[in-house]
Design a protein around this ligand. Structure first.
Ligand code: DGY
Length: 436
């Protein structure tokens, strides 16, 4: 198939998932029937290449549900649907006094991609005056979101923000969280899963895992989603290298965009202060010498979580390591995840006994992480490895389709695409990879 054919297919996937009436894109039919925060950001990058209007509407639809305190939730329930659990009646975002009045949402967030997405849109869209005007109208909302994080998600005021739920990480059922689950003993909730009616249960989290997920939400709800209370009480409190790298990359993008806009000296100054503090602390606290990579920090139990995942390498997307450290983490990535019989980049350490090649974030390759790694590797001059990440991503999609995630083992030659099919960010980021 030519690249142009593949791009056309990707556009069809995106166009079919776009909901014209509300102006947003579902991640995929059935499994994810609403608007998801970081999905939307990646989707906007794809649209930017061929339909600037849809890209802008996507971002606007997400920001239309921003809370009065700057918080941007992880799911916006623009519509009703009975194909997803847990829905708006479970999350009850309105318990928080500053929650969106116009939209039902969740009370948690997702990796803050919007800052760098705006910059990508600026770089891609040809009508610079129009896109800069759009950015002018929306950039302060993203700034407010970052301010919210540094004010309410950083109890030690050290420049690193916490997540209180695994769904905030984006890497939902990663083995990284297993030891935290061991510290909890939630009830066996009675609930009806919907995801496993769309996708083979072997590719999704277990019911017991859902008990932990729901329990964390119940704790937050019991305190009306007050983040000070959450910081005090949640058994899950983690400084995630992927989440913080996205925030740092978005800070950098906001600085560049405010410079283009002009007349925003105060905000630029604040952003630079956040950056210096965040990058310094990130390197001190989240690097693990023994593993040769960045790791998660369990803030509740005050220790590093010593496992390698694709999140361990994401900081190269945000210019966080110096050259020497970048060499180290790329070597770790290639030694542990990069053998010739594997596609790059498995989401979890393939040598670990917790690795599962089919199960969601416990091993499969994800196109959004590959996209971040591709861009980061290129920016540090690792061109060959960057190209391998790109080629592996394109090959997986070309062979198996626009799946949500893929088996990293090259020995699996059939049906190696898992989870949802016609998945929006796989389509959107494929377009971007093929055009750059
Ligand atoms: C899900 O429902 O699996 C989502 O990833 C939660 O955000």
């Amino acid at each position: 198939m030519t690249n142009n054919d593949l791009i056309k297919k990707a556009e069809t996937v995106l166009n079919n998932n776009f909901k014209e009436d509300k102006g947003f894109t579902i991640p995929c039919e059935g499994l994810y029937p609403f608007q998801w925060n970081w999905d939307s950001g990646f989707i906007a990058v794809g649209f930017a290449h061929y339909d600037a209007n849809k890209a802008k509407r996507e971002v606007e639809a997400l920001l239309s549900a921003q809370w009065e305190n700057g918080f941007i939730p992880h799911i916006i329930f623009h519509n009703d649907s009975d194909t997803y659990f847990p829905g708006p009646e479970f999350h009850q975002s309105k318990l928080h006094p500053l929650a969106s009045k116009s939209h039902r949402t969740t009370g948690m967030t997702q990796p803050p991609v919007l800052g760098f997405v705006l910059k990508e849109m600026y770089d891609i869209i040809e009508d610079k005056a129009d896109i800069l005007n759009f950015i002018k109208q929306n950039i302060d909302k993203v700034f407010n979101n970052h301010q919210h994080f540094y004010t309410h998600r950083d109890p030690n005021q050290e420049g690193l923000v916490f997540i209180y739920h695994n769904w905030e990480s984006g890497t939902d059922n990663s083995p990284i969280w297993d030891d935290i689950w061991d510290t909890m003993d939630p009830p066996n909730y009675k609930f009806e899963r919907r995801d496993t009616t769309h996708v083979d249960a072997a590719q999704r989290p277990t019911n017991r895992e859902y008990d932990y997920y729901l329990h964390l939400i119940e704790i937050a709800k019991a305190h009306n989603y007050d983040e000070a209370k959450i910081a005090e009480l949640s058994p899950f409190l983690v400084q995630d290298p992927l989440f913080n790298a996205m925030l740092i990359k978005s800070n950098a993008a906001l600085i560049e965009l405010y410079e283009l806009i002009g007349d925003s000296e105060d905000k630029i100054k604040t952003l630079r202060q956040w950056q210096t503090k965040a990058i310094t602390r990130f390197n001190e606290k989240l690097f693990n010498e023994k593993l040769g990579a960045y790791v998660h920090y369990d803030l509740r139990n005050e220790k590093q979580i010593e496992f390698l995942s694709s999140s361990s390498f994401a900081p190269i997307f945000a210019d966080i390591p110096n050259e020497e450290r970048a060499e180290i983490i790329v070597k770790t990535m290639m030694d542990k995840f990069g053998s010739e019989d594997r596609y790059l980049c498995a989401s979890f350490d393939p040598d670990s006994d917790r690795f599962n090649p089919k199960k969601y974030w416990r091993g499969p390759v994800w196109i959004n992480l590959n996209w971040l790694l591709f861009k980061g590797l290129k920016s540090y001059g690792f061109y060959d490895i960057a190209n391998r990440v790109k080629d592996d991503s394109v090959q997986l999609i070309e062979r198996y389709g626009f799946y949500e995630y893929f088996d990293s083992r090259k020995s699996v030659k059939e049906n190696a695409g898992y989870g949802g099919n016609n998945f929006s960010w796989s389509a959107a980021l494929l377009i971007d990879l093929l055009k750059c």
